[in-house]
Design a protein around this ligand. Structure first.
Ligand code: HSE
Length: 405
């Protein structure tokens, strides 16, 4: 029997307990041994819940029990998860987590600690919830030099943008509806400002390029400035607006990373990803592009991914699974130097505006939208962020801009 502990009995933690109980027999067959949840740590009590028999309130009970081989964390936040992870590894216990804040900030260090001790630190559920995407980086994708990772990494914002597109509603009313239905948090900042997607692309790009990508270095914009009119323009072009986390290696080897709303067409596999679904498209130098798709959040899908890590760790006791993510920092290309095409809206539609646009941006592609009047909209050629900001600063009639893939 392999004894494990679960840290946190919230949505994901209780899901881990449920998945392990529901599928106990088939999991035993796959591991070749029974997995026994010896402890669940939570500050709260759960009278009448089956977890009562194994509930503890003090992490030291778990730490000081040599029978516990694996600790699965589902508390969220950097602390105390980071301290618990270090202490567990120092005590000879493998650790797995669904916690993207912990992994983005300290993943490289915790991987090194696990390696030194012939243990494992796994984090499949930290990106894309139930979608298997981290493990493929260390297995099926190992022959590749990764060129690009591009994903819809946040279910809340994808739900909001899908609703705005399908029902022609504005951002505020869709957000309120999503909050009333429990799809969006009461404090939605981490989702709608792109911070959640930023942690996730930091993790994916660290794995893709093998070095520490600091999430603080990633230029991040959310979806709060996207309006129903922007969506009308996108529709008139046969395109959609999606919040995309992207990391890409140039021919000269420099890596750029960004989280922002992008206008994309049906030539992108991400075009078809709607509602709360997530998808991650990975391009390798010989494989071309593959896409991982599924539920990026939710109790049981996320718990299933943590249980996959528990099973892997149970199958690899005292046997480190190699994960290439060095602590050495990867210097990203400066945000100012990153290039895109930009969709731009200006108020007014007289001939002088078009002359001014041509003088500032050169040849542009005019965008027509029959439902909008009194505006001039266009798409620039490929220019740097810095050059765009310089050029647009001379337009007092500027309304909005969205990058175009
Ligand atoms: N708030 C996240 C989302 C949950 O909406 O995708 C999973 O990290």
């Amino acid at each position: 029997m392999i004894n494990i502990a679960i840290l946190g009995y919230g949505t994901v933690g209780s899901g881990i307990f449920e998945v392990l109980n529901t599928n106990a027999k088939s999991i035993s067959v796959k591991v070749g041994d029974d997995i026994n949840v010896k402890y669940v740590l939570d500050l709260r009590d759960f009278p009448g819940d089956p977890v009562e028999k194994v509930l503890v309130h003090d992490f030291d009970t778990i730490l000081n029990d040599p029978e516990v081989a694996i600790v699965a964390e589902a508390m969220g936040g950097v602390e105390p998860a980071y301290t618990f992870a270090k202490k567990a590894l120092e005590s000879g216990k493998s650790f797995c987590t669904s916690n993207k804040e912990l992994v983005a900030k300290h993943g490289a260090q915790l991987l090194a600690m696990a390696k030194e001790r012939n243990l494992n630190f796994l984090f499949e559920a930290s990106v894309g919830g139930g979608i298997p995407v981290i493990r493929p980086f260390n297995e099926s994708l190992t022959p590749e030099q990764i060129v690009e990772v591009s994903g819809i990494l946040n279910g809340t914002t994808n739900y909001i943008l899908t609703k705005m597109t399908c029902e022609g509603l504005d951002f505020d009313s869709v957000l309120k509806d999503a909050q009333d239905k429990g799809y969006a948090e009461r404090n939605p900042e981490a989702d709608v400002e792109g911070y959640d997607a930023c942690r996730k692309i930091a993790i994916l790009s660290s794995l893709a390029f093998g070095k520490q990508v600091d999430f603080e270095d990633i230029k991040t914009e959310g979806i709060t400035k996207i309006t129903d009119i922007d969506i009308m323009y996108a529709k008139s072009m046969g395109k959609v607006i999606k919040l995309i986390g992207n990391a890409k290696k140039d021919d000269n080897g420099s890596v750029s990373a960004m989280v922002a709303p992008f206008i994309i067409g049906s030539d992108s596999p991400l075009f078809f990803v709607n509602d709360v679904f997530n998808a991650i498209a990975v391009t390798g130098n010989t494989l071309d592009t593959v896409m991982f798709y599924g539920k990026g959040a939710g109790k049981l899908p996320t718990a299933s991914a943590v249980v996959a890590d528990i099973i892997d760790e149970a199958k690899h006791l005292n046997d480190n699974i190699k994960v290439v993510w060095d602590e050495e920092k990867l210097e990203l290309k400066k945000a100012d130097d990153m290039t895109s095409r930009f969709f731009v809206r200006l108020s007014g539609d007289d001939a002088k505006i078009k002359d001014n646009v041509k003088a500032a941006f050169g040849e542009v592609e005019t965008v027509e939208c029959s439902q909008v009047s009194g505006e001039y909209a266009f798409i620039t050629g490929c220019i740097s962020e810095k050059d765009f900001e310089t050029a647009i600063s001379s337009f007092p009639n500027y309304i909005n801009r969205i990058r175009v893939k």
